[in-house]
Design a protein around this ligand. Structure first.
Ligand code: ADP
Ligand code: MG
Length: 816
């Protein structure tokens, strides 16, 4: 027996891993030529040998070296894919999943039935799919259904350097799945691909991989990029500064595409508008440019999307574009610009043609795919390409022909306040690693220039790398997903970078309070290892945050589900209503905004209803607005007239469809369908909805400050919450602004001039101890009404007084 042992150990790692077949691909000669220029093609053999011989391989290479588009093709040709054993590729961004699947299908001359994608709301996966691009959230959800990922032969985790939360978790999970599959004799290959350095978090993490996986470095042909810093302290008006810089480059510097990095969709559009005005490009009816209209919108009018529960992700729907551009056009002629366009260029510059039209294209993640595709095509002859992009152009997409990069140095990021759960989008400085990535985009095809709109001193103050997402945000949704995978001791999970123990504890506490986890036996050191409850399992199937999932889980009763689904969808899609308080740029706009405000406040009253209906407050307004909008056919015109954001309404519709599918899959007898024009709820249902909302937002209860508690004027009309010391107020845009109910729940607190509650509903105090026992302390049983024995349950029924936790509000006595 002895001699066979070593052989048995060595054999399985090779024999079943290396497919013997070669699958031919019929590429067009142009495609083949384009591929051959990519640095990774030179490394094909090295890459494939490493993959054949190792279960886990890391591939590092500059952005644009061909990792995303080529590695799946290598694997396919080497026979790794079959309809029942696909190659799965995860992307942190939806836009990359869609765009890359289209590109790879085209390069391989294969149909979308074979090279497909799946993102949160949509996909084109079929039984024939062999290469599947998806968002990381989608794969995480699939692991919940099939832990061993038996439908895959290879998993590629792309853009690992972005350190998105789901990517991190996937790497942790796959570090366990790969050996399990090996044991079963069905080996799974894991390939981790990353743009920049710092793969040590993966390679040197012994909790993650017991043996260090091989790292293949792909050297990209990168041309030198001259970096020019601004001398002046950075300006707040970086968007205006971008405009001036692009004008200057276009007027003075030789041919070559320009790529501008801004922070959000609104900024991108506003800069595009200004640039198009400054350098008009007359479209003639050439084939490439005639298709400006978007079919996508028409599609939304007529059909509800097909929804699949697999499409899971809690990625915020809106990028949170708050940016408004107040620039007037007269600063375009500014002459005191501190432009530092590099030595020696200036003579040549003057000679450059300044009358060329500029072919301006926007690029951001929510842009329709057919519009995204434009950046990859050559600009019309006689024009210069200028792409105005958000962060998506940093590493996810490589635009050909860029010679000049204008980097505002900022990025829009979501910030979370651990204590209050307040989240907000803020524009912050990028990291040095990001700045260098952005600069590198200028040197893809020839030497380039990067104009940084900040000084080198500011750059030196940037963080080296931005921190992984998991360390920056609340993790309750993640913990719930992990518990649903029966990972109880999350603290022992091999996170590439673990979240703080505080964040884990806060998440566990919230989940216990929501009833999603079983409460630990008292005082036992079972902290951070509570198992999931039956309710938690139901909650985990809903693709929304745990608070909202709880609301859905409770709504089976009284036919409330369609309403809760709508409310939750509306709350998840941020910024449902148009911002009408914004400063206007012209008198005309000011008058228009005023008309809209009047109209909106009228509509708000209509949607909120009267009497008991109105107590559901802002959530009733959301419900009414969605109902009214759908009733009117959800047209851009209706939205425009009534202060609703058309795009947000479409998102609400999509989410409603998706949540309905999710509910139907949990309770198979619910038989729900989305009725866009849903009937208004009855009074009783509205009361019930208020209770549901309270049960989900338990820690967001606020109580109006009583007359005797009025310490000073700053507490006038204020509310006290359990989470904050400071007074908070009902937001003036709320329908309950003048009502001032004693107890309310709020969706979120935002800080502007004061702390304001948004998404406010009124609740009754006696509901609190009944619906939120984990948040209350209960006193001794009361004498009256007298306790009574309940033969049915064998329990003694009695009423007990209670106080709300932390703040000690006295609540009515209830039977508990
Ligand atoms: P990496 O993943 O290493 O960053 P990619 O595989 O994304 O590199 O890109 C390789 C090349 O393919 C780039 O030069 C890019 O411009 C090109 N490319 C990607 N998508 C498209 C597309 N839709 N149309 C044309 N070229 C594309
Ligand atoms: Mg890539």
């Amino acid at each position: 027996a002895a001699p066979s042992a070593p052989a048995a150990q060595a054999a399985p790692s090779r024999a079943p891993c290396k497919p013997a077949v070669f699958v031919p691909v019929d590429r067009s000669p142009e495609m083949q030529e384009a591929r051959l220029k990519l640095p990774i093609l030179a490394e094909e053999q090295v890459v494939m040998e490493a993959i054949n011989e190792n279960p886990i391989v890391i591939i590092c290479g500059e952005t644009g070296s061909g990792k995303t588009t080529q590695v799946p093709q290598f694997l396919y040709e080497a026979g790794y894919a079959s309809p029942g054993g696909a190659i799965g590729i995860t992307e942190p961004r939806r836009v990359a999943a869609v765009s890359m699947s289209q590109r790879v299908a085209k390069e391989m001359n294969l149909s979308h039935r074979v090279v497909s994608y799946q993102i949160r709301y949509e996909g084109n996966v079929t039984d024939e799919t062999q290469i599947k691009f998806m968002t990381d959230g989608v794969l995480l959800k699939e692991i919940q259904k099939d832990f061993l990922l038996s439908k895959y032969r290879v998993i590629i985790i792309d853009e690992a350097h972005e350190r998105s939360m789901y990517t991190d978790i996937l790497i942790g999970l796959l570090s366990r799945i790969v050996p399990l599959r090996h044991k079963k004799g069905l080996p799974l290959k894991l390939i981790i691909m990353s743009a920049t350095l710092r793969v040590e978090d993966f390679t040197d993490n012994t909790r993650l991989f017991s043996a260090k996986p091989p790292v293949i470095q792909v050297d990209a042909r990168q041309f030198p990029v001259t970096v020019h810093f601004n001398k002046k302290t950075p300006l707040d008006d970086y968007s205006g500064e971008c405009f001036r810089k692009v004008c200057k480059i276009h007027r003075m510097l030789p041919a070559g595409g320009i790529l501008v990095f801004l922070t959000g969709q609104a900024e991108v559009h506003s800069l595009c508008r200004r640039l198009r005005k400054a350098f008009p490009y007359q479209k003639n009816n050439t084939a490439g440019n005639a298709t400006e209209t978007s079919d996508l919108k028409l599609q939304f009018y007529h059909t509800l999307p097909k929804i699949d529960l697999n499409n899971y992700s809690v990625v915020p729907v809106d990028e949170g574009d708050e940016d408004r551009d107040f620039d007037s056009d007269d600063d375009a002629a500014g002459s005191d610009l501190d432009l530092d366009l590099g030595d020696g260029d200036s003579e040549e510059d003057e000679k450059s043609d300044s009358s060329l039209p500029l072919y301006v294209l926007p690029l951001y993640s929510l842009l329709a795919p057919e519009k995204q595709e434009k950046v990859f095509r050559a600009p019309p002859p006689g024009t210069r390409l200028c792409v105005v992009a958000t962060n998506v152009a940093e590493t996810s997409l490589t635009i050909p022909g860029i010679k000049y990069v204008v980097d505002c140095g900022k990025v829009k990021q979501r910030f979370y306040d651990r204590i209050t759960g307040v989240s907000s989008f803020r524009v912050t400085w990028i990291s040095q690693a990001s700045a260098n990535q952005r600069a590198g985009r200028a040197g893809r095809t020839e030497p380039g220039h990067c104009y940084r709109l900040y000084s080198s001193a500011v750059f030196m103050d940037f963080e080296k790398f931005s921190a992984p997402e998991i360390t920056k945000r609340p993790v309750e949704d993640l913990i719930l997903q992990m518990k649903a995978l029966n990972i109880e001791k999350v603290i022992n999970f091999p996170f590439p970078t673990p979240p703080s123990t505080d964040a884990l504890a806060a998440a566990e506490e919230l989940l216990i309070a929501l009833g999603a986890l079983k409460e630990p036996p008292q005082q036992l050191a079972a902290k951070l290892s509570c198992p999931i409850s039956a309710l938690g399992r139901v909650m985990a199937t809903f693709p929304v945050a745990p608070r909202y999932a709880k609301m859905l889980a409770l709504s089976r009763q009284h036919n409330c589900l369609p309403y809760t689904i709508t409310i939750v969808s509306a709350m998840t899609v941020r910024e449902l209503f148009e911002e009408l308080d914004r400063p206007a740029v012209s008198e005309e706009e000011a008058a228009q905004l005023k008309r809209k405000r009047v109209r909106f406040s009228q509509m708000q009253k209509v949607w909120a209803g009267q009497g008991p209906m109105q107590k559901l407050g802002d959530l009733m307004v959301m419900l009414g607005a969605v109902g009214a909008c759908e009733y009117a056919g959800c047209t851009p015109k209706f939205c425009e007239e009534n202060g609703l954001r058309y795009k947000a309404m479409l998102e609400v519709r999509r989410l409603r469809g998706q949540l309905t599918t999710a509910v139907n899959s949990v309770c198979t007898d619910a038989g729900l369908y989305v009725d866009p024009k849903m009937k208004p709820p009855t009074e009783a249902q509205v009361t019930f909805l208020r209770q549901i909302v309270l049960a989900g937002l338990g820690d967001h209860v606020a109580r109006r400050v009583q007359a005797e508690e009025l310490l000073d004027d700053k507490w006038k009309n204020a509310y006290k919450t359990a989470l904050l010391e400071d007074p908070v107020f009902i937001h003036p845009s709320s329908v309950l602004f003048r009502e001032l109910p004693e107890f309310v729940v709020y969706q979120e607190i935002v800080e502007t001039t004061k702390l304001y509650m948004k998404g406010v509903s009124a609740v009754e105090p006696e509901w609190i101890p009944a619906l939120l026992p984990p948040y209350c302390h209960f006193g001794k049983p009361l004498e009256s009404p007298a306790p009574s024995y309940c033969p049915g349950t064998g329990r003694v029924r009695c009423h007990r007084p209670s106080v709300f936790y932390r703040v000690g509000w006295q609540l009515p006595a209830v039977e508990v």
